[in-house]
Design a protein around this ligand. Structure first.
Ligand code: NA7
Length: 547
């Protein structure tokens, strides 16, 4: 470690500690990590930039923000009491309800006493001589811990595009991922929404319900499926509660982390008769689920022709929903495979474009060039607006990690180690960075799965590992380079066998200028991933260097 590293200066204020574990982030991952690690008797501290717990559900308060995994399954399984006492009210819970749930978890398990809010971690450096992490916060504290767990979320580093003139815009500017805590009222206002990803697709119908005029600026149309959200049926809820052990097990043994009854081989979409295929797609469309098309045919994400059949089905639904054929054509995605950008789940998105005060601007034919004090300018057109809402996405999966100055052995930065794209072993650790764990990191199922299921699996694996290390008196745990190389190649090979890398999606880093293009999440599914992690542990942590 270099002598001029401020985190290693003698006398640098270590305001408390050393801790056994410092967890960065108090979202769903950080909260469970604290509960689990504290339960092992480890001195654990969580550092959280926000003024409240909840992570993504703390920040994303935009109108219509809602989980698109069903509430009954997007919840912790670690406490049967919690499962039984919490009451979800809707099939897909809205942001306020999920945040209430996470606040309840923080209180119920007495987590707050070990969470420091309003504390943004700016650097984490591994002190090789001392064998511990030194963690600096933007607020000026330096803390040390044997282990550092990054629970910083996959979609937490939001991005605002650099647009000429934005600073001089005279109206109000909002970001979906940094929505104000106070109510925003668009009544009587002319509103611009920039972006048409999941956040915009959820927000647009609600903003249209208030605004005098809404102009949506679309760069790439997305495939969106109807959520078919509804109040939770009490009988269904009671049944699920009674069956939770079984339901949770089904989720853990599934591909996506939602309970799916094991089904027979699905077969190829191309082998099916058109009427049969149509019926199966219709069923998936009616289901109101992100995962329903995955249950139709096995080759939708591997065969372009098969994929087109599903894409055509959804395109037909868009065309039959949107009254103006010209607008419908602009909303129809056609330049990338169905499902190669994350599907959206909506409540009245396409219908919103039938409202007379809603306009869709296609940025492909007329790019956004600048903002004036009172308008958004595309090509030769000025669109006068009072408010601009940016729903422009995130530097996904690596953004929040690389925003922290993380340095491992010999002062090597994570940025340098990942210059050509993230490299991990199991998405849990990265070579050269001992005692550093990533929760739902690149190379794990993460954003392709029900995040809560993946979070619990990672936290449990890390907790078991720390216990194992402690029993052996080991103090250093690090991914071996060969294991990392092999895992990274495996993750690449899985995605290369599909159509998914063909779209310019945030899964591949394509939405961030200069970001290395690599398909980041692990595509093998949560069941096989869990089995691999368990086998690695059972095999004495094969691929890790333990000292
Ligand atoms: P997404 O899905 O990344 O969507 C961002 C949207 O913003 C997308 O339509 C982008 O178009 C658009 N965008 C980004 N930059 C620009 C610029 N400069 N000009 C115009 N349009 C732009 O983020 P979300 O927040 O909606 O959803 C993220 C995840 O959160 C979601 O998948 C769920 O998991 C929850 P592009 O497609 O890049 O052409």
């Amino acid at each position: 470690m270099s002598g001029d590293d401020p985190l290693h200066r003698p006398g640098s204020a270590d305001d408390a500690g050393p801790y056994d574990v410092i967890v960065v982030g108090a979202g769903p991952a950080g909260l469970y990590a604290l509960h689990r690690l504290r339960g092992l008797g480890l001195r654990t501290l969580v550092l959280e930039a926000a003024d409240g717990v909840g992570g993504t559900w703390y920040w994303n308060r935009y109108p219509g923000a809602r989980c698109d995994v069903e509430s009954m399954f997007y919840s912790y399984s670690f406490s049967p009491e919690l499962e039984q006492e919490w009451e979800w009210t809707e099939r897909y819970a809205g942001q306020p309800e999920i945040l209430r749930y996470l606040d309840h978890v923080a209180d119920r398990f007495d987590l707050r006493r070990d969470i420091r809010l309003g504390t943004r971690v700016s650097a984490a450096h591994f002190d090789e001589a001392g064998g511990r992490w030194r963690i600096r916060t933007r607020e000026g504290a330096t803390l040390t811990a044997s282990y550092c767990v990054m629970a910083t979320g996959c979609l937490s580093h939001s991005r605002l595009p650099a647009i000429e003139g934005l600073d001089d815009f005279g109206g109000s500017v909002y970001r979906t991922a940094r929505w104000p805590h106070e109510d925003v009222d668009f009544s009587g206002r002319r509103v611009a929404v920039i972006g048409t990803g999941s956040s915009a697709v959820q927000a647009i119908p609600l903003i249209a319900g208030q605004a005098a005029q809404l102009t949506v600026f679309q760069r790439t149309p997305n495939f969106s499926l109807p959520a078919r959200n509804r109040p939770l049926d009490p009988a269904e809820w009671t049944r699920t509660k009674r069956n939770y052990p079984h339901v949770r097990e089904l989720a853990r043994q599934s591909v996506s982390g939602v309970p799916q009854a094991p089904h027979a081989a699905l077969g190829s979409a191309l082998a099916a008769r058109p009427a049969e295929r149509e019926a199966r797609y219709r069923h998936a469309w009616e289901a109101g689920s992100l995962f329903s098309f995955a249950d139709t045919y096995s080759d939708l994400i591997t065969d372009s022709e098969a994929n087109e059949t599903a894409g055509d089905f959804v395109r037909a639904r868009i065309r039959e929903t949107v009254n103006d054929p010209a607008v419908a054509e602009r909303l129809v995605p056609r330049h990338y495979p169905f499902g190669a950008k994350r599907l959206c789940l909506d409540s009245g998105y396409y219908e919103t474009f039938n409202r007379s005060h809603v306009t869709l601007v296609d940025l492909r034919s007329s790019p956004l060039t600048r903002v004036t004090p009172q308008a958004v300018v595309t090509g030769a057109d000025e669109h006068p607006v009072d408010s601009i809402v940016f729903a422009t996405g995130f530097d996904a999966m690596t953004g929040a990690l690389l925003a922290v100055d993380i340095r491992g052995r010999e002062g090597r930065t994570l940025k340098a180690a990942w210059a050509d794209g993230p490299r991990t072993y199991l998405g849990l650790a990265t070579a050269g960075f001992p005692n550093l764990f990533l929760i739902t990191g690149p190379g794990s199922p993460s954003v392709l799965s029900n995040m809560i299921v993946s979070i619990e699996q990672h936290v449990d694996w890390i907790a078991d590992t720390l216990q194992w290390l402690s029993l052996r008196g080991a103090t250093s745990f690090e991914a071996a380079h060969e294991a990392e190389d092999a895992w990274t190649a495996h993750v690449d090979a899985l995605s290369a066998a599909t159509l998914l890398p063909r779209a310019a999606s945030w899964w591949t880093g394509a939405n961030i200028a200069g970001k290395p293009r690599t398909f980041m999440p692990y595509l093998g599914g949560v069941k096989s991933y869990r089995e691999t992690c368990d086998a690695v542990a059972a095999d004495g942590y094969r691929g890790f260097i333990v000292t």
